[in-house]
Design a protein around this ligand. Structure first.
Ligand SMILES: [Zn+2]
Length: 219
């Protein structure tokens, strides 16, 4: 009875708001993604995929199918709505990690010109949604981007390309010294960006860090 009622409500709201699955465009969705597309999210285990300088790097899913399409639509087709299911996917993985700490969320900033062309930073949209779900706060300008990076095509050049691209905002170092930092990113391939960010934090004495990416791509 209750299920039937819910179904009717969702059908009506689909008709009114013309809500379709963000990926396959079918109308069989209650909320942004249909069941089939939700099924093609490939979750990874709740063990870190990598440990770098004693900092764990967790990856929620594999960069393929639904997650890959959502990230591409968010970044390149300017479909901002895709940030919502991505944040939900990340959160359902994060819940499994059972971390109770009061983390401050940060994310790699993109260079001003890139955000300016696009009009928004895709990672910020995801973090904003995720922070609501996880009930954690985020800090926008704790990490500063000081050098633009070229598109990263070749794995072997990634570390060189990203070197000295970021710095920790000096005015917050004292304030965040004893805080727990959760670095979130969309995709990790070689781990170069995250490793560079970890080094930036460690160099200023901020040591309590974990990294979490939505997806992991193969090199
Ligand atoms: Zn679908």
């Amino acid at each position: 009875m209750f299920y039937g009622f819910k179904k009717i409500i969702s059908l009506i709201s689909n008709l009114i708001y013309n809500q379709k699955c963000l990926i396959c465009d079918c109308a069989k969705t209650d909320d942004l993604l249909c069941k089939n597309c939700l099924k093609s999210v490939h979750y990874l285990s709740s063990f870190p995929q990598k440990i770098y300088n004693q900092i764990p790097i967790f990856c929620a899913t594999l960069y393929k199918d639904t997650v890959k399409k959502l990230i591409q639509k968010l970044k390149f087709s300017h479909n901002k709505k895709c940030a919502i299911p991505l944040a939900r996917i990340l959160f359902s993985y994060f819940e499994k990690l059972n971390l109770k700490d009061d983390f401050i969320i940060v994310y790699p900033p993109s260079f001003f010109t890139k955000n300016f062309q696009r009009g928004y930073n895709p990672m910020f949209l995801i973090v904003k949604e995720f922070s609501k779900l996880a009930d954690l706060s985020y800090k926008k300008d704790l990490i500063l981007k000081i050098k633009p990076t070229k598109p990263q095509y070749k794995a072997k050049n990634r570390h060189k390309n990203i070197k000295d691209s970021f710095k920790i905002n000096e005015k917050y170092i004292e304030l965040f010294k004893d805080k727990k930092i959760l670095i979130i990113d969309d995709i990790t391939t070689s781990g170069a960006t995250l490793e560079e960010l970890i080094n930036c934090f460690l160099n200023v004495g901020i040591k309590n860090i974990i990294c979490l990416t939505i997806s992991k791509a193969s090199v």
